[in-house]
Design a protein around this ligand. Structure first.
Ligand code: KG4
Ligand code: ZN
Length: 363
């Protein structure tokens, strides 16, 4: 079964063609980072216009890469939530139009759930239920995952997502948006122990985390290194005067604090023998996804927990950690093969169902 997936939730226009849920035949991503960089963040109106320009060429490029035509497709899937609404509408409308025109099913995919499918691409099947971790620019969430997708949310960041905190910290060091990967590259040469930063655990027995305290503490630390007494000063305005050694030590100290915060919760899940239900054995599979899972320090920490506990850890390759359409096409497969489809009246939505107040919580 050949599924065309489309992704346009933020600042990447992506199209991919995936066979049978895991075999990636084409994977095309048109990034808009260059358009947003001057504004130090994603500008929604610029993003939706760029998606409109790029969506059809991206789809054509994916068909060419897979060496197939529209008539070979069995279904079309799109990430319909969460994201910037104007951006989501472009990929969602393109997918519905194609599905209608070709007379094949349209499938609506939750982008956060799709991040958990990335580790299953080009990989053998896993045992479910799994413990799932999504750490991206918009989400930091912990899930119980079954063979047809997320069953319930176990916890989340109560304020900023980890990726957003990485990007804000990077901006304070004078790094261009999106700064997460640049901060991580700098951290490699820095001393992670030089600056003591908080690792807020909130309730030690639950899976909720917080990054706003770390962000504030980091801001104060950067101002301190810059010798600025005014607590309301913006470190971004003075970041150019940081010396390279200080900048690397600050980056390494931030990265260590953010990564430790995430690892503490993953450790909690496996050390406490967390299980999906009383009748099932503890989780043996750890699925991770989202841009921040491309971070080397986090990957090493997850690998260490997995080897200590003998877990089946699925880390997506870095290109599938960040936003892509292969994970969208892959995530749609289980429902498509079961004969399901979504109506062409399915709405794009800015929020994940897992952010709603009525989302299923831990039992
Ligand atoms: O999953 P993604 O592409 O988009 C969302 O769904 O949000 O994640 C992008 C986020 C950005 O905040 C980016 O700075 C962060 O992932 N990121 C990283 C690294 N690579 C990407 N953060 C830390 N270390 C990295 N190596
Ligand atoms: Zn994402």
């Amino acid at each position: 079964m050949l599924i065309l997936g489309l992704e346009s939730s933020c600042d990447e226009t992506a199209a991919a063609i995936v066979a049978d849920g895991t075999s990636v035949r084409a994977d095309v991503v048109a990034s808009q980072h260059d358009l947003h960089r001057p504004y130090r963040g994603v500008v929604p109106e610029i993003a939706s216009r760029a998606h409109l320009d790029r969506v059809l060429p991206t789809i054509r490029a994916a068909l060419a890469e897979a060496n197939v035509g529209f008539g070979d497709l069995d279904a079309v899937a799109a990430g319909v939530r969460p994201g910037l609404i104007g951006s989501l509408l472009v990929g969602t409308s393109a997918a519905k139009g194609l599905a209608w025109g070709l007379g094949i099913p349209f499938l609506a995919v939750d982008h956060v759930e799709a991040h958990l499918h990335a580790g299953l691409l080009e990989a053998p099947p896993v045992a479910f239920p799994a413990f799932g971790l999504v750490v991206s620019g918009g989400h930091t969430s912990f899930f119980e995952v079954g063979d047809t997708g997320v069953e319930r949310r176990l916890g989340r960041s109560i304020d900023d997502a980890a990726g957003e905190a990485f990007d804000k910290a990077a901006a304070m060091l004078g790094l261009e948006h999106p700064g997460g990967p640049k901060l991580a590259a700098l951290a490699r040469t820095g001393d992670a122990g030089r600056f003591g930063l908080p690792r807020p655990t909130l309730d030690r027995h639950r899976f909720d985390v917080s990054f706003s305290g770390l962000k504030t503490a980091f801001r104060r630390t950067v101002l301190g290194v810059l010798g600025i007494d005014d607590p309301s000063a913006d470190p971004r305005d003075a970041a150019h005067s940081l010396d390279d050694g200080d900048r690397a030590d600050l980056a390494a100290s931030f990265e260590a604090a953010a990564v430790d915060t995430i690892l503490a919760k993953v450790g909690l899940a496996f050390e406490s023998g967390l299980r999906a239900s009383r009748t099932l054995p503890p989780f043996r599979t750890l699925l991770a996804g989202g841009g921040v899972v491309g971070n080397e320090r986090l990957r090493e920490g997850l690998a260490e927990i997995a080897s200590r506990r003998d877990l089946d850890l699925r880390l997506p390759r870095p290109a599938w950690c960040v936003d892509n359409a292969a994970m969208i096409a892959g995530a749609a497969f289980a429902r498509a093969v079961a004969g399901e489809r979504d109506g062409l009246d399915t709405a794009a939505e800015p929020l994940s169902i897992w952010s709603r107040p009525d989302a299923p919580e831990p039992r």
